[in-house]
Design a binder for this molecule. Structure first.
Ligand code: FES
Length: 309
């Protein structure tokens, strides 16, 4: 299963990563004004994650499995962030063949392609008080949204959720831009035990109300955050980033139904009105590629095992 693969990777990591200090540099990318920017991977965040990229010149990037590192690719599991003109970051979780390959890159290695910025920017204008709800690696995308809102004078309450303590990321960064931060873990090993929806319920019970709930994370989580927001009569924006593949509008992998209309998450989104998204359809579509992804991942792992010998 997905979870078994995840633990396998973490167990292997110390063997293959040693100190895990990567520098991927001079990767070609362009900012919103067409200027070429470069960036450097400095360090890993937590075990199981590919690493963080710092000093991006204001780029919202989406590094997908469709890049030349793996033309067949798996789903986009590396998330880009944008902090309006300042340093940005990229965080990836090892879930498949592409991220496994990224994880084996060494200091000085280069990626052939990096595409971005893609899609439409999150709309933050006029928002005065917002709950930002991130789950797992989705927090890498939720963070720059929270930072942008904070920079614009909005009161930000952040809720970030993880399976357990050892995969918590970006806590300090969220703390710095949020007037309230609730950190949840499924198993209670860090922060509060429970789901992000429990935290959202608790914030509302404390008397908070929000102009918007913005949520980014696994599809199932976003579905339930939307239901929770609806219960409290709060508008809810969801980022359909998890269903993207090439991020360029060509593969069709990110097709979804929003308010009865067909949309493409990478071109029309990734942000949509959560009330209108057909989550059940998106979740079942996401499962179509599971078997292919499993094969691709096993193939990549076997390749690396041979290289080690
Ligand atoms: Fe391929 Fe949108 S991710 S078309």
């Amino acid at each position: 299963t997905h979870q078994q693969r995840y633990y396998e990777i973490r167990a292997k990591k110390p063997l293959c990563m040693r100190k895990y200090h990567h520098v991927w540099e001079n990767l070609p990318a362009k900012d919103a004004d067409g200027r070429t920017v470069t960036y450097t991977v400095r360090e890993a965040t937590v075990p199981g994650y590919v690493g963080t990229v710092t000093e991006i010149g204001g780029i919202t990037g989406f590094l997908s499995g469709g890049s030349k590192i793996n033309r067949c690719g798996n789903y986009g599991s590396v998330s880009g962030g944008h902090a309006s003109g300042s340093a940005g970051g990229i965080v990836g979780q090892i879930v498949g063949a592409t991220t496994e390959k990224l994880n084996h890159m060494n200091e000085g290695d280069c990626l052939q392609d990096f595409a971005g910025p893609l899609g439409k920017a999150t709309e933050t204008e006029g928002l005065k008080k917002v709950a930002v709800v991130g789950g797992g690696v989705g927090c890498a995308i939720a963070l720059p949204v929270a930072q942008k809102l904070h920079a614009e004078g909005c009161e930000v309450h952040s809720v970030i959720g993880f399976r357990s303590k050892d995969i918590v990321i970006l806590e300090d960064e969220f703390r710095a831009c949020s007037s309230k931060l609730k950190l949840m873990t499924d198993d209670g090993t860090y922060g509060e035990k429970g789901l992000v929806t429990d935290a959202l319920d608790a914030l509302v019970a404390e008397g908070n109300t929000y102009d918007e709930v913005i949520t980014i994370g696994p599809l199932v989580m976003m579905k339930f955050v939307t239901m929770t927001a609806k219960k409290h009569n709060l508008p809810c924006t969801v980022s359909m980033n998890p269903i993207m593949v090439d991020g360029t509008g060509m593969c069709g992998g990110c097709r979804l139904t929003v308010g009865g209309e067909t949309k493409f998450a990478c071109v029309d989104g990734p942000d949509f009105d959560g009330y209108k998204v057909d989550f059940d359809e998106a979740i079942s579509r996401g499962a179509i590629y599971k078997e292919f992804e499993r094969h691709a991942y096993e193939e990549a792992c076997n390749l690396f095992k041979k290289e080690v010998k």
